[in-house]
Design a protein. Sequence first.
Length: 705
Amino acid sequence: MFVVDLLGAALTLVAMGFLALGGYLAALRLLGRDAGRDPLALAVASLLLATAEAVGIGLLLGALGVLRLSYALALQAGLVLVLLLPLRKAPPSGGIGGPAGRVARRAWEVLREHPALALVTLHAAGSEALRGLFRPPLSWDSLMYHLLLTATWLQEGNLSPVFGNIPINYYGYVPANGSVWFWWWMAPSHSELWVNLASFPQWALLGLATGAVARELGARRFWPFATFLVLVTPTVVRFAATQYVDIFLGSALVAACFFALRWLREPSWGAAVLAGTGLGLAAGAKVLGVPYALALAGAVVLLAWNRWGRRAPQVVAALLAAALLGGYFYARNIALGAGPLAIECEMTASGPRNANVPTIPRKNSILDLTEEMFAQEKLLRAFLGITRPQSLELGVGPQAFVLLLAALAVPFALGRERWREGLVVGSQIWFELVFWLAVPFAKNNHVYANIRYLIPALGLTFAAGAALAERRGVRDRWMEGVALVLALQGLLQLHMEMPTQVRKTIAVVDLVVVLFALSPRLRAFANRRRTALASAGLAAVLLAAPLLARFRVWDRTRALEQEFTTHATSTRWFAKAWGWLEEHGGDGNVAAVGSPNSYFIYPGMGTYLEREVRYVNFNRADHPRAVDYPRCEPRVDPDPIAWLENLNERRIRWIHLSRYPGFPFQPEDRWARGLPRLFALRYSDPANRIYEFLPVAAEAGQGSP
C-alpha cells in the first residue's frame, strides 16, 4: 500500500495543479488588461474559475454516466491547452506567468504589512487543517450525505440520486455542487485521506473575495482587515476541515458580488460571466443558494439602469453561466418526476412534526419559535458563540454587535459615489438575515449550527465594516489594533480539543520558527538554498503521505467512536461495526439499514472506499429511486423472498443492521436469523449486527472470518 498511497497523494496534487492552472489561465482571458493591473481580482477569479471548471467537468461527465478520473483529467488538460494557446501568441505583460508573480508579491506584501493578523489567521486555519489530516471525516452532514453522494458517484461513475430510506430518500435529491468538488479530492487516491482539506481553497476564496468587495466599497487601504477577520471567524474556520458546503456557497456568492459590483460600475463581458459563475456555483451547492443568488442578481440588475444596449447580452451570458453551473440537479430532479426541490421527499424525511410546510415564517424557524429563541436567549447565545455541551458549533462572538452596526450603516454611509454598491451589499446582508430568521429549521438547538448559513452575509458585513472605517478616517494603527482584538476573540473562542498529533506537529513548527528567529546564519542558509529546500520539503511531504495513511486507517475506528469536529454525532454507536468491516470486510458489497432511520452509511465504505455500501430494499417492486414510491418512502410491502433476490442480484456479501438505543432492529434481522443456511452472524454488539450472505461469499471463493 505504500506505493499506492504515494501515487494517490501525488495524483491528488496533479489534479489540483491542473485545476489551479486552468482557473488562472481562464482568469487571464476573462479579466483582460485588469489581470496584470489587479492582483486581487486575478486571485479571486482564478480560485472561482478553478472551482467552476472542477464542477463543470464533473457535471458533464456525471450526466453522461462516465464520471471517471481519466476522462476528467483529460478534459481538464485539454481545457488548459485551449486556454494556453491564444495566450502564448499574445501573452500579458511579463509573460504568462507575470501576473501570477505579481499576485505572489502582493500577497507577501500584505502578510508583511499585517504580521500579527497573518499569524493569527495561519494558526487558526493551520490547526484545523492538521486536525483534518490526522482525523477521518467526522462531522454529521459530511458523513450522512455529502460524502455518501461523492463516494457513491465515484464508485458508480454517474450523478444519479443515491437510493436509500429515510433520510437519504430526500438527501439523494439535494443540489450537490459541493459533493462534485469533493469528488476531485477523493478520486485520485480513491480514498477519504485528503478530503478534509477540500474546503480550504474556498476558505481562501471567501477571504479574498471579502477583501475585494471591501475595496469596491472604497476600502483601498483597509480591505486586508476584512479578509483576515472573515477567515478567522469561528463559524467559518470551524467548518473549513469538514465537508459542509456553506463555505463553498459563501465564497461563490461573495465572489459573485465582487464581480457584480465591478459590472455595475463598468459593464464588461468578463465581470458578467464571472458574476454568473459565482451565482451558479452557489445555487447548485444547496437549496439555500437559490434565494441568495436570486436576491443578489435582482438587486444588481435593478440598479444597473444605464447602458443597457451593452449590458443586455452580458446579462444573458451571466444567466447562461449560472444555469449551466447551478441548474443541473434541479433539472435532473424534474426529469425524474421529483420536482426541482423534491419537496415530497423532504416532507417524508423530516417527519410530520418537522416538515417544512410552505408558510412564512416556516414551521420551526426562528420566528416561529420566538419563546425558545428570544426568551431563552438561544438566538443571542448562538451569535455570541456560547455553545452547548458536546458542540463546537460556534457563532460570531462578541463582535456580532459591531457587525450589526456595519450592516445597518452600509446602505447610507458610503457617500454619493458608492451609494449603489452600498445598497447592493446592504440589501444582501439584510435579505439573508431575514430569510435566515424566517425559513431554516432551528428547533432542537439547530440554531447553533445554522449561523453557518450566514457566512456570505458575514463576509459582506466585514467588507462593509472595513469600508466604513476607512471612510470615517479611522487611523491605520487604530484599525490594526481593533482588527487584531477581534481576530484574537475569534481564535480564543475556538477552544479546540486539539488532538495529540496536532499538538506534536505544532510543537515542531514552533521549534523551527524559533530557531530561524534566533539564527541569522540559518536564515541566510535557507535563503540561499530555498529552491532545494522547497523541493526537499515537497518530497518529504509526499513520502510522509503513506505513513499518515497507515495511521489514519489504524486510528479510524477510535476517532469515529470518540471524537467530533463541529458537534457530537451518534457514530459512536456504530464505529466498532465499521471497524470490523475495515478489518474483515475486504471489497465485499454491503447492504446497510438502520433503525429507526439510516443516518450513517458512508463510513462502512472504508478508508479507501473499497466496499460498495447500499440500501437494498425488501419489496418485489424494488424501484431504483425513492421518488418512484408513494411519498418517497421505499420501505413498503416487506417480502423476505424478494429481499433475498435483491441481495443476490446486487452481489451483497455483508448485511450491516444497526439501531439506536431503545429501538428494535429492522425485520431483516429476524429474517437473517431464521435462515442459518444462508446467513452467518459475524459481528454483534448492542447496536450492530453484521451477517455474511453465504451464497455470494461461496461464489466469490472467499473464506469467512
